[in-house]
Each structure stands twice: as structure tokens, then as C-alpha cells.
Design a protein around this ligand. Structure first.
Ligand SMILES: Cc1cc2nc3c(=O)[nH]c(=O)nc-3n(C[C@H](O)[C@H](O)[C@H](O)COP(=O)(O)OP(=O)(O)OC[C@H]3O[C@@H](n4cnc5c(N)ncnc54)[C@H](O)[C@@H]3O)c2cc1C
Length: 398
């Protein structure tokens, strides 16, 4: 097996590098590299730049505006954009809802929504989880009752990531209580400015507003906003989740964090020697690197399979588990590498323009924030315990 890039792949990589050099704003990449907070405008501007170049929808069919890239090109693009400090594209519309619309949406829905996802007219958020329905998602209670050519929606969603910026939410709602709970769920597209919707922030441990509660009080949703068939939403919901989980693997970002950790290992000293020469640190680093290499290969295997993530099922669960465990291991080892410098948390140091003296090396500021914030990643997108259940059931038949 030849793992080297072909001449065409090297040419593609050079093309991506040249584009990043010319188009990625330094003001944004500096923030990403320094672990600083991004604004909505930062995220929107990178989205628009990629769209202008036609490089936004890596995984869509070309007929809808996708890139038509093969697996290696997607991997190269991911590696290069992460290495250059490009922001992660917000996945809800582009990588989660769009595949569902392409496979199950009506022609009108595809025509209307897909171009709006590409040009950034719509910012989507995800209305799956509820206070009593997370891992046991099928027990969701938000009701949608048919009233002529509308559904009337009542209930509550929670943990809605970046919902404060969204003008649209895709929601799982209960349209029937007959039969198995999974058989009475529908998939609705809802305008966030419809009367009766209230968004309330949930503030995270490190003081940031990233997630929300969303309340629905007699919200009227036109029936044409139903995706696919009524009461068949569970099928579409699961299909969306395979895309969500594969995306969480985050191979390129993990590679960048590993390189950063190596840099810290070379810079920090233990008893006068570089930390990277410490056998315990070196062994832990090597373990993470081996796991990351193995995961990158699995990711490539998935991307290059004929129907790719469409039928990923348990493979997307594998990638979700490994990707999140690797990221947490990287966060943990980085925190340990910095010792006492990782302990103080100065929230303002994550804002552009903060000019106090850093505590310890300048890269120490976001370390504890990343460590604590990323406790969530083994939970969201379906917790890792649940993913292990899916793997044992679907791959091992247990
Ligand atoms: C920061 C963050 C952002 C999120 N963003 C969104 C979003 O944008 N939109 C959205 O809809 N949802 C979102 N979620 C919700 C997320 O998908 C759920 O939190 C997740 O599915 C787990 O559900 P739960 O919180 O109800 O935990 P629970 O289901 O209460 O689980 C608690 C613990 O018990 C374990 N457990 C439960 N059942 C089993 C079982 N059968 N076998 C083994 N272990 C089990 C779980 O793995 C977990 O460790 C987000 C969550 C977080 C934390």
C-alpha cells in the first residue's frame, strides 16, 4: 500500500494552501491559533469565503453545489484548513440537515433551503434533546398537532448549541402516541422568529453562552415544513446523527492539537530537560499519536466507501468515540504539561484586545477552558456509552 500522495494530490494540496494564504483572514486565524473566542461575524465570514470559492459543501453531490472531492481530497482539505487556523464550519445546516434534505426532502425544500445554507442566509440549530429525552431520545414530548394546513407545536428543547444566532431550527416533534415511541415522531423545519418561541441562554462553566433552552408555546408551523412523511421522522433523525457523529471525529483539528502539544513538550522543562524527553510524557504522547493515526485511516476508509457516511451506522459511532477520547486525552496531557500555568483561568484573556501580562507562556490561557469545555464532547451527539451500545448491537450482533 502506497501512503504517499500522488502528483495530482500534491497539486491539490498546493492549491488549497495557496487559497488559504490568500483568503483566510489573519484576524480570524490568529484567534483560532491562540484559542481565542470567535464572534458570529468571524464564523460567517469564513463560511462566505469558502462558498465563494465553491469549497463549502465537501460532502454534497455536485448537482446541489458540492465539491465532488474524493476521500483523499476531503482529508487534505481538512488537514490544511485546520493547520492554517481556519474556524470550524458550523455543521448544523451544512453537514447535518443538508444530507437529510438531499435524501428525504421534497423538491421544493431542496430548492429553497440548500442554496440558503450555502450562501449563509439561514443559520440552523438542532432541536432534538429535551429535559427528559437525551440518550432516550424517543421519549421526547414536544407535541405537534395538525390544525388545517399548520402544525401547532408545544414543548421544550434543551442544549440547543448556538441557537442564539439561529433563524431556523430543525426539530423532532411527537405527532402520535400510538404504537412504539419511535413511530410517532416527525421532523419539522421551524422559523425561529415564529410567535411563541422563546430562547433562553444556558451559561457554561467557563462563563460562555454556547447552549440554550428553546420553548415552544402554540407555535404555528406550515405543513410544507414537514420533512418526508408524518410519523417517520425517526428514520431521518438517525440518518442525520450518522453525519453528526462522523463530523465530531475532527481528525484535522486533533492533528493540529497534537503538533501544538509536541511544541509545548519541547518548550517546557522538567529538571532542566525538555518535557518531551520525560519517559512518561513521551509514552503518553506516543499513545495518542498512534491512536490518532489509526483513526485518520478509519476516517479515510469511511470517506472512501462507495456510499460514504450515508450508511456509516456503527462506523460513525466508532469515529465519534475515538475522536472525542483522543481530543480529551490531548486536552488532559496539555493541561498536565503546563502544570501550575494551566490552573488560573482568566476569561478576558480569550478576548481579542486583552493586553495584560499572560500568566505563564502565552499559549497557557485557553488550556483549562479547553479542558473543561471539552468534557461535553463525549456526551453530545449521543454519549459514548450509547455509541458502544450501538456498536455491540450492530457490529457484533449482541
Ligand atoms: C454542550 C452540549 C451541547 C449539546 N448540543 C445539542 C444541540 O445542539 N441539540 C440537541 O438536540 N442536543 C444537544 N445536546 C444534547 C446531547 O445530545 C445529550 O446531552 C446527549 O444525547 C445525552 O443525553 P442526556 O444529557 O439526557 O444524558 P442521559 O441520557 O441522562 O445520560 C446520562 C448518563 O447515563 C448514560 N446512559 C444513559 N442511558 C444509557 C444506556 N442505555 N447505557 C449506558 N449508559 C447510559 C449516558 O451515557 C450518560 O453518561 C448537547 C449536549 C451538550 C452537553
Amino acid at each position: 500500500m502506497d501512503l504517499n500522495y500522488t502528483d495530482e494530490e500534491i497539486a491539490f494540496r498546493d492549491d488549497v494552501r495557496a487559497f488559504l494564504k490568500a483568503e483566510l483572514p489573519a484576524s480570524v486565524s490568529d484567534k483560532v491559533k491562540g484559542g481565542k473566542r470567535l464572534t458570529k461575524e468571524d464564523m460567517d465570514s469564513w463560511h462566505a469565503i469558502l462558498n465563494k470559492r465553491g469549497w463549502l459543501a465537501e460532502n454534497w453531490p455536485v448537482e446541489y453545489g458540492g465539491t465532488g472531492w474524493n476521500a483523499v481530497q476531503q482529508q487534505i482539505f481538512d488537514d490544511e484548513t485546520c493547520a492554517a487556523g481556519a474556524p470550524r464550519i458550523v455543521p448544523f445546516g451544512l453537514k447535518m440537515l443538508a444530507p437529510v434534505l438531499i435524501k428525504y426532502g421534497s423538491e421544493e425544500q431542496k430548492k429553497h433551503y440548500l442554496p440558503r445554507i450555502l450562501d449563509g442566509s439561514d443559520w440552523w440549530c438542532q432541536g432534538y434533546s429535551e429535559p427528559g429525552a437525551g440518550s432516550d431520545l424517543a421519549s421526547l414530548k414536544t407535541r405537534a398537532v395538525r390544525d388545517g394546513d399548520h402544525f401547532i407545536v408545544n414543548g421544550q428543547k434543551t442544549w440547543t448549541t448556538l441557537g442564539q444566532y439561529a433563524n431556523k431550527i430543525f426539530c423532532l416533534v411527537r405527532t402520535s402516541t400510538e404504537g412504539k415511541p419511535q413511530e410517532g415522531i416527525s421532523f419539522l423545519l421551524i422559523d425561529m422568529d415564529t410567535p411563541g418561541i422563546t430562547v433562553r441562554p444556558i451559561i457554561l462553566l467557563e462563563g460562555t453562552h454556547e447552549v440554550n433552552e428553546v420553548f415552544f408555546d402554540d407555535v404555528r408551523v406550515p405543513v410544507e415544513n414537514l420533512v418526508g412523511e408524518e410519523n417517520k421522522g425517526w428514520t431521518y433523525a438517525k440518518y442525520l446523527l450518522t453525519h453528526e457523529r462522523t463530523n465530531i471525529a475532527n481528525v484535522g483539528a486533533n492533528k493540529v492539537s497534537l503538533e501544538h502539544l509536541k511544541h509545548i513538550g519541547r518548550t517546557q522543562k522538567v529538571r532542566g530537560r525538555p518535557l518531551i524527553e520525560d519517559p512518561l510524557f513521551a509514552a503518553r504522547l506516543a499513545q495518542i499519536e498512534m491512536e490518532l493515526d489509526a483513526m485518520a485511516t478509519t476516517n479515510l476508509r469511511l470517506l472512501s466507501s462507495p456510499d460514504s457516511v450515508a450508511n456509516a451506522g456503527p462506523m460513525s459511532s466508532m469515529l465519534k468515540i475515538k475522536g472525542t477520547e483522543i481530543r480529551q486525552a490531548l486536552n488532559d496531557l496539555t493541561r498536565r504539561a503546563l502544570g501550575p500555568y494551566a490552573m488560573p483561568f482568566v476569561s478576558e484573556a480569550l478576548e481579542t484586545g486583552y493586553n495584560e501580562e499572560p500568566i505563564g507562556p502565552d499559549y497557557a490561557a485557553p488550556v483549562s477552558k479547553d479542558y473543561f469545555n471539552n468534557r461535553k464532547i463525549t456526551i453530545y451527539g449521543g454519549s459514548n456509552e450509547i455509541q458502544r451500545g450501538i456498536i455491540t448491537k450492530m457490529m457484533m450482533g449482541l
